[in-house]
Ligand binder design. Structure first.
Ligand SMILES: C[S@@+](CC[C@H](N)C(=O)[O-])C[C@H]1O[C@@H](n2cnc3c(N)ncnc32)[C@H](O)[C@@H]1O
Length: 213
């Protein structure tokens, strides 16, 4: 027992050392960025989750969701066109390389889960009518980050969450992007929770709300 604890600790330290050495030279070889709302969902131990991600880009976050959660079905919404109101890096990458490049990338890294995925190449406003109300366990908003659109996504997609489900999103409190890239996630989040008197949860760069009634 003691030996296994010792070896476990040793392995953990070795892994940490290897990863930090790579990071020191500018390489990040960690495959998964398990964001806080994903970890929260994982801790809830729920099965057969019905999920939406708004803003899929190259599929990396969807890959983490599919790897770490028990997913029955995930709908990946992304129009893959350049939207100039949101001045972020990913939007510029889409402008430079074309949306198809990232769509193909996403399809490639998510191939293993093809049967669980429905691809929706529309923006979140045009996709919303496809979904039933009170149905989803987890919806992750990470599309257009402007105040107006994040608030609209919250209004439109909160209805789609079932009781006990979680509406979440990325890039809250991201000060520099708020200044430079016209992001309004933080303002939209507080506007929304105050309007409906909901309990705000923020960890890392994720925000989320549990639908209680
Ligand atoms: C920050 S990236 C998403 C990154 C991805 N969620 C991840 O963490 O790996 C933003 C994506 O949102 C998409 N997007 C922009 N406006 C959108 C909208 N109104 N509805 C859905 N997706 C949108 C962009 O095409 C882009 O691929």
């Amino acid at each position: 027992m003691r030996l296994s604890f010792y070896l476990h600790g040793k392995l953990k330290r070795t892994k940490k050392y290897i990863l930090s050495t790579f990071r020191l030279f500018g390489y990040n070889i960690e495959k998964y960025d398990v964001r806080d709302s994903i970890q929260f969902m994982k801790n809830s131990n729920k099965k057969d989750l019905k999920i939406i991600e708004i803003g899929n880009f190259d599929g990396k976050n969807a890959r983490t969701i599919l790897e770490f959660l028990d997913v029955e079905k995930i709908y990946l919404i992304d129009p893959y066109y350049y939207e100039k109101s949101d001045n972020s890096t990913t939007q510029k990458e889409i402008e430079t390389n074309g949306g198809d490049f990232y769509f193909e990338k996403a399809r490639k890294i998510l191939k293993k889960w093809e049967n669980k995925i429905t691809w929706i190449n529309k923006n979140s406003d045009n996709a919303v009518s496809l979904f039933k109300d009170n149905y989803f366990d987890y919806i992750y908003i990470d599309g257009n980050h402007t105040y107006k659109q994040v608030l609209k996504d919250m209004e439109n997609y909160y209805k789609k969450i079932k009781i006990g489900g979680v509406l979440a999103g990325h890039d809250i409190c991201n000060g520099i992007h708020a200044q430079v890239d016209n992001w309004g996630v933080t303002e939209a989040f507080f506007k929304f929770v105050n309007k409906y008197n909901l309990k705000p949860r923020i960890h890392g760069q994720d925000w989320w709300i549990i639908k209680e009634k």
